[in-house]
Design a binder for this molecule. Sequence first.
Ligand SMILES: O=C(O)CCC(=O)C(=O)O
Ligand SMILES: [Fe+2]
Length: 227
Amino acid sequence: MNAVPLPIPADEIWRRGPDDEDPLDRIASALRETGYIVLPAPLPPALLGSLLRHFRSIDRARFQSAGVGRDQEHQLNQFVRTDEIFWLDKSNPAVVAYLNWAETLRLGLNRRLFLGLFDYECHYARYDRGSYYKKHMDAFKGSTNRIVSTVLYLTPNWQPQDGGELQIYAPDSDTVIEKVAPRFGQMVIFLSEEFPHEVLTSNRPRYSVTGWFRVNNSLGETIDPAR
Ligand SMILES: O=C(O)CCC(=O)C(=O)O
Ligand SMILES: [Fe+2]
């Protein structure tokens, strides 16, 4: 692969906290122990700024109404979700830097948790005023290859009255265990098959990058993941 210009040096892409703990150790042990972690600012500010500029530069018309389910089951269901998405590829340097970061996370989690994560897919999501995503699972055991979900928030100057929090429920339950503010730079990482979750109605435009680490379920001539 060609060297791609990064907005920030690759060796500065993981920032250590004041306790000098390796952030990958912290994320891995949280996933092992509780299944999720909220990180207030895991990425360098320069990268967040470049991602937001890229997000805003994309014409509205290029975002697609988000569907529910995959492939043949894929359907638009406005009762469930009203956000719009834009799948990401390596054509923008900020996205490349973000994907490099995700790649180090993938390798770090595989090394520590033996998850066998194979790749990462991600899209931008925009929730216009009044948009939501009702309670759902990102993956059901045995029927999908999404293993770890990530959401990075890019909404500038988010205020509590803006709503749009991510509500995480205990596994198989209606009990809310965490409410994550979609604050600029904040990220949440969770096991896709464990936690029902919901995006509460947003009272202003809400921007995010949602992604999934997947395992490779390809068998014989059936290629899975499909895309
Ligand atoms: O944006 C969020 O907080 C979560 C989005 C989500 O659950 C999804 O896209 O599957
Ligand atoms: Fe989700």
